[in-house]
Design a binder for this molecule. Sequence first.
Ligand code: DQA
Length: 153
Amino acid sequence: MKSMSSSRKPQINILNGPNLNLLGQREPEIYGTTTLADIKTSCEQKAIELGLSLCFTQTNSEGTMVDEVQAAMKETDGLIINAGAYTHTSIAIHDALKALSIPKIELHLSNVHAREGFRRRSRLAPAVDGLISGFGAHGYELALEAIHRLISS
Ligand code: DQA
């Protein structure tokens, strides 16, 4: 386990990017019918089971995502990021992730490699430890299990 005081639970931040606030109504045949609020609730439950402290956010702004990645340099032990469409375009988020030395996981609800060509390239993948893609809302719980394993090793 990374050095941290024994009284403090490891802090995990889950960052959600553009249009993920529309989950439940947005292209349900691709993203399912679970809302982001439902996902947050199941992540909070999973975090309790794993003994993790959780911060779960969503923004439509690229700059705010950069700010949130930078903020994770302090007091955060692991980062899970579903950057939505910025995954495929954002050198700024890539650079912020590169500067962040804690374990990091890129997450997608859909299997981006089975979709349009422009989704098959991730700008962020070279800056993270691993990717979870294609498991729908359940992918968030899988990502929490994976980050727990990474910060415990
Ligand atoms: C997504 C995949 C992205 O290509 C897309 O732009 C999203 C959602 C996913 O979770 O499957 O907004 O990140």
